[in-house]
Design a protein around this ligand. Sequence first.
Ligand code: G4P
Length: 295
Amino acid sequence: MTDGREKMNIQWFPGHMTRAQRMIEDNLKLVDAVCEILDARIPLASRNPDIDRLAGDKPRLVILNRCDLADPEATAKWRRFYQERGIAVLETDAKSGKGVNGFIPAVRELLKDKLESYAAKGQVGRPLRVMILGIPNVGKSTLINKVAGRKAAIAGDKPGVTRGRQWISIDAGLDLLDTPGILWPKFDSQEVGELLAITNAIKSDVLDRETLSANFMLRLREHYPDALRERYKIEPDPDLNGFELLEQAAKKRLVSKGEYDIERMANTLLKEYHEGKLGRLTLEMPDDRAVDTGK
Ligand code: G4P
């Protein structure tokens, strides 16, 4: 964790998540492969840490979505990270559709043994079945809609809201099992919570946005100081704490009648990151935390 960050109390709704977890276990036998949609800016924190245990030996595809908002060099590192663990990787920007046309070929490649065995048995056209997993707001509906080429799943910006499971048939011999967006039940890390909150996966009204934003300032100072210089015209002074950095930015950006507004600055920082206005910034790297993917 970055030194100097304030402690935060981040909570969400464990009931939903436990139910969703159970649903994955119950439905895994219905699918040939598991596809996890991750936020390319937080490719670990946006991942269900139980997925390796849950998915067992099923072939796996990781989609690094929102790659339009992520640092391309970091995305390349994450691609290698997952590939080295035997997991196929696809980079997408579901909003614009970039990379999405690689989805069907990636699934067919992942399951080529299965396709060959279907062909050998004369089961031509038997669809491949893929479970789609992803935390709320990661872009799951948007991606599925783009793959399906029609309004198949309902997109919306409502972190924490779950939907029932549904099968979506794609023309090219592919059935997708859409699952409710889930966050995991064993949540005890402030690091993960902050990353999810900064990237809008957790409802913003369950936490203190000013502290979140102050802590985010410290991350930016450490990893992307130029973003602070360029966007907010402030020097990433190592002697300041996160609130003081917010204050500096507010003094540059949000002064009205000689007064500046730190609370508004906190919201502006989070909003502008969300909109990509600070640049393409990835918030965790493969070597940041010890990772056991079980592969
Ligand atoms: P979900 O099903 O996983 O809950 O997510 P959903 O598809 O509803 O997407 C949540 C928001 O994220 C949508 O925006 C969507 O347009 C956006 N989004 C999805 N994929 C990408 C991507 O690759 N890049 C970018 N930049 N955005 C993406 P929204 O509801 O309009 O809200 P907003 O987040 O744009 O404000």
